[in-house]
Design a protein around this ligand. Structure first.
Ligand code: NAD
Length: 300
């Protein structure tokens, strides 16, 4: 039986940890937020009184925290001893939070210089994927550490990809979500233009979903109600993947673009568009709701 410390039991962490419990692991959980601890306890997670208590007895530490700052502070300690000092040497640290590539590399360097093993393993698939154990994991780190983690990651996810060295899991995540944002905006602009031209949603969908405009943002996350009955547009844009999370990920993409000098004007513009979407009421809507902002900004 593997003992796993799970730090950060929010929307994603709680169901991920619950799946590890269902597969027979001992999961010692901790979250700063009392309601998150209570919810996790009722899902069978063994709640301990501090992150240190969780980590001290663990073979593996999984973190699922809001940002890179949280991960680095938790690893190093802010006003207390960090988790890296509390863990036994050789502990496998897996960070599944979505954080910047350079932050992931910094976390990895801290962990390995403290004598631990380390992976970045961000996910896609959202809360539903976390609940159903169908997440996709994008993993960065050394091959033996990746191989050691795969059996646990398979208990929380369906598709596990080793993307390369430390930080490259986050690199894959940021690049994928930049494609997603740009394509969701492109599909939304096309529907709004089609409306202006008198083209029905159904006709555009029937053509583009079988033609070269075909993409996930159209065929699964269709931003207009009707053509794809399960898409968030049919339930008043309830997420799905919330606008605020897309804006966060595009901020990480913009940071990576700046650090590397890659030319990515559409990536930067998609960030501006999603920041505006969040500021105008889209924060907790599905990110496909951006179509309504695009429509409302079109000239009357
Ligand atoms: P969340 O805010 O629901 O959960 C984060 C939890 O971490 C909170 O409960 C918070 O109290 C806890 N926390 C913060 N600092 C802590 C600390 N020092 N010690 C212990 N607990 C601490 O966020 P979430 O939706 O679960 O997302 C977690 C990460 O996963 C984020 O990086 C997010 O970008 C990423 N992600 C989220 C989704 C999604 O659909 N929600 C999808 C993919 C990736």
């Amino acid at each position: 039986m593997t003992t796993i410390a799970f730090i950060g039991l929010g929307h994603m962490g709680n169901p991920m940890a619950a799946n590890l419990v269902k597969h027979g692991n001992r999961v010692l959980g901790y979250d700063l937020f009392p309601a998150a601890r209570d919810a996790a306890a009722s899902a069978g997670i063994d709640i301990v009184s501090s992150a240190h208590d969780a980590v001290r007895h663990a073979d593996v530490v999984v973190t699922m925290l809001p940002t890179g700052r949280h991960v680095l502070e938790t690893y190093q300690g802010k006003n207390t001893t960090g988790l890296l000092d509390a863990a036994a040497p050789g502990t496998l640290f897996i960070d599944s939070s979505t954080i910047a590539v350079d932050e992931a590399r910094a976390a990895h360097a801290l962990a390995t210089s403290a004598g631990h093993r380390s992976l970045d393993a961000p996910v896609s698939g959202g809360v539903v994927g976390a609940e159903n154990g169908t997440l996709a994991f994008m993993v960065g780190g050394a091959t033996p550490d990746y191989e050691a983690a795969v059996p646990l990651l398979e208990q929380m996810g369906r598709r596990i990809v080793h993307c390369g060295a430390a930080g490259l899991g986050q690199a894959a995540k940021v690049c994928n979500n930049m494609i997603l944002a740009i394509s969701q905006i492109a599909v939304s602009e096309a529907f709004v233009l089609g409306e202006r031209l008198g083209l029905s949603h159904e006709a555009l969908f029937d053509v583009a979903s079988h033609a070269t405009g075909q993409c996930w943002a159209l065929t699964t996350n269709c931003p207009v109600p009707g053509p794809v009955p399960d898409s968030p547009a049919n339930r008043d844009y309830r997420p799905g993947f919330a606008g605020t999370l897309m804006a966060k990920d595009l901020g990480l993409a913009a940071h990576a673009i700046e650090l590397t000098g890659a030319r990515a004007p559409l990536g930067l513009m998609s960030r501006e568009i999603y920041d505006a979407f969040v500021e105008t009421g889209g924060a907790s809507q599905d990110f496909s709701g951006v179509i309504n902002m695009i429509r409302s900004q079109s000239t009357p």
